[in-house]
Design a protein around this ligand. Sequence first.
Ligand code: ADP
Ligand code: MG
Length: 275
Amino acid sequence: TVDVRFSGKTRVFTVANQKGGVGKTTTTVNLAAALASLGARVLVIDLDPQGNASTALGVPHDADTPSIYDVLIDDFPLADIIQKSPESDNLLCAPSTIHLAGAEIELVSQVAREHRLRTAVDDFLATTPEHLDFVLIDCPPSLGLLTINAFAAGQELLIPIQCEYYALEGLSQLLGTVRMIQKHLNPRLHLSTIMLTMYDGRTRLAQQVADEVRAHFPNEVLKTVIPRSVRVSEAPSFGQTVIAYDGQSAGAVAYREAAVEVLRRDSNTQHEGDA
Ligand code: ADP
Ligand code: MG
């Protein structure tokens, strides 16, 4: 068992990688559920028009649902759209709907278009009576205005990397964008965490990719690697994270271990019984 006390501040993670299908959403919802299972209060912000994070958290997100679109475009307070995941009282979701697909273009003509999410998150954190330990923002697979909003709102960047060929391709473009964000929009954003995912230990390629990423980013890559697992990929079709769907599966165990690592990496988090 793990005994962790939380630091009292809110850690805001932007989960980004402009490649599609690398495990952003899977990482976001399962890490969030794992953190919640350890006692953290966690908000997932679904910033992908596909709404896969909302689905996986069991949160309704049909076209009529008040959503992150209304926050970004119509100045709704975040508090008005947040729903509780049926999985845990500690697990909240700001859902996305199909309307968000138009937001990328609608944002262009908005005032402070890059800061809409940051303002909404900061207002929410300043006014909500219930403290949040984590906010995890799930990004769409592009470097457009939605992802820029997520970069502007975040403190820590979490990049999931699929252990396959071309894993590092596109990473320099992503990090170049992040440097621009740091310079012009959000100096507090930093790459804190890289999570290796969909790892298939039977292939030499996966091992090679993992070694290569660790060589480039020795301090950022988590020790825990998320295995490729059918249970992980099945869970969303039941509107669940793998933590709820099959808490004993290898994927669930790995996400809980990753969550413990994320907690330990926070210098302000207190640990009881740490050797
Ligand atoms: P992204 O959000 O980056 O587009 P997803 O999280 O949706 O990527 O993952 C892409 C696909 O890979 C999904 O079908 C998902 O179920 C599957 N997947 C992600 N992680 C794993 C895993 N550890 N094991 C098996 N399948 C996975
Ligand atoms: Mg996704």
